[in-house]
Design a protein around this ligand. Structure first.
Ligand SMILES: [Zn+2]
Length: 418
């Protein structure tokens, strides 16, 4: 067999910034010329273990950025099980005009001046000269260009790591979704922490269907809105324990170009994913935790007859949890909830009746065929007639983005009323 080596170039243009930039692209840039003369010392180089940084930010800012990038890269490479083997070279510009004219490729200038970034990658591939088919990658090098905001260098560094380590960044939904997780990444914080404009957009829009997000015709650099959907899907899949176990092998297969797709890995779980993706978007807020609000698909619910009862332990610091009751429409039930919980760290202990405003009260919702009813109050004890068939799910009433600091567990007992 004959092989040849050929360089394949790839550009990942990242449309990262939220609506503010699109609506007012120039307002954030001070008058040119003036600004350039204020910059005293221009671009400099800084290095750390994995990064070579060319930048015009201050030495202190550069040190902080490198530290943040190193910590993120450690986490990312641990997650994907492949240490970064090659220096990641990055140009991070606060003011593109303080650099020599013509210094950056024009595409990079376009991205940076509109508040985004760009990763230029080259892969040296081994190609079978008879068939023209690619056999494997033997070298990969990326150069990152990013505006000096908080998230863009982190986003682009994920692309560079993936490309240099795996020779590819995968399909658009995956490449940009995980890069956006990197964009918003904060050490030891799994809560949603996204740009306020992106948040507002996701809260107010009709959810983009999953099939459209993972469509192979999607392209990078299209719009920040599409990046928001990619982020939402990848964040949910990566951080929700119901799907996280499959996200890593899926990602590795995608990065190794082994033909795995969203459908091949998650296909059988599509109804569950669609439900939890929708649920995530319905409760989207900074501070929301997909891990704490994962849906309980496993606990078996049972119907009640005679004097039999069901019992469940309900944690204050979780979303909806199964009561184990498979309720029948029109049937009357009796319930008692014992124990205490609180809705703040070291806050007042509350019963399942909650406080004077009803916060911390035990509330319920009916789940049937992937649909939820409106929620209704329960409390410590009472009788309740179910309006429809379904499984009763319950939780401690609190703002959805503020449940992580809750403590305590109550025990809920339900039996059929006479
Ligand atoms: Zn990107």
């Amino acid at each position: 067999m004959m092989y040849r080596h050929s360089w394949i170039a790839a550009l990942i243009v990242c449309a990262l910034t939220a609506g503010t930039h699109a609506a007012e692209p120039k307002t954030k840039t001070p008058p040119r010329g003036k600004k350039a003369s204020i910059v005293e010392d221009g671009p400099r180089d800084y290095t750390s273990r994995n990064f070579l940084l060319h930048t015009d930010i201050s030495a202190d800012e550069a040190k902080e950025l490198l530290q943040r990038l190193e910590t993120m890269l450690t986490q990312v490479s641990k997650y994907w099980g492949k240490p970064n083997g090659q220096t990641i070279e990055m140009y991070v510009a606060k003011d593109v005009n303080s650099w020599p004219a013509g210094f950056f490729p024009p595409e990079a200038v376009d991205s940076m001046t509109t508040g985004g970034g760009l990763t230029m990658s080259q892969t040296r591939a081994m190609v079978n000269t008879l068939t023209g088919k690619k056999i494997g990658n033997i070298a990969a090098k990326s150069i990152v260009y990013a505006v000096a905001d908080h998230g863009t260098p982190q986003h682009e560094a994920v692309h560079a790591y993936c490309h240099q380590s795996f020779g590819t960044t995968g399909p658009t939904w995956f490449a940009e979704g995980i890069a956006e997780i990197g964009h918003y990444w904060k050490d030891k914080d799994y809560s949603v922490q996204i740009h306020p404009e992106v948040l507002k957009y996701l809260q107010r829009s009709e959810p983009k269907p999953l099939a459209e997000i993972v469509d192979s015709r999607e392209r990078t650099g299209d719009s920040w809105q599409n990046y928001a959907w990619r982020w939402a899907l990848c964040h949910m899949l990566a951080y929700n324990p119901n799907y996280g176990d499959r996200f890593r092998p899926l990602g590795l297969q995608i990065l190794a170009e082994q033909g795995a797709t969203f459908q091949s890995v998650y296909g059988p779980m599509a109804p569950e994913i669609a439900f939890e993706y929708r649920f995530f978007l319905d409760h989207m807020d900074n501070g929301f935790r997909v891990d704490l609000c994962r849906w309980d698909w496993k606990t078996k619910a049972v119907g009640l007859r005679g004097s039999a009862n069901v019992q469940s332990k309900i944690e204050a610091a979780r979303g909806w949890q199964s009561s184990r009751l498979l309720a029948k429409e029109g049937q009357m039930y009796e319930f008692t909830a014992t124990g205490e919980w609180s809705i703040e760290k070291e806050g007042d202990k509350l019963t399942a009746d909650g406080d004077a405003n009803g916060k911390g009260k035990l509330v319920g919702v009916m789940f049937d065929d992937y649909k939820l009813s409106d929620s209704f109050p329960l409390g410590t004890t009472g009788r309740w007639a179910t309006p429809s068939d379904g499984v009763l799910f319950v939780r401690c009433d609190d703002a959805w983005n503020a449940i992580a600091d809750n403590t305590g567990v109550i025990t809920l007992k339900i039996k059929a009323a006479e």
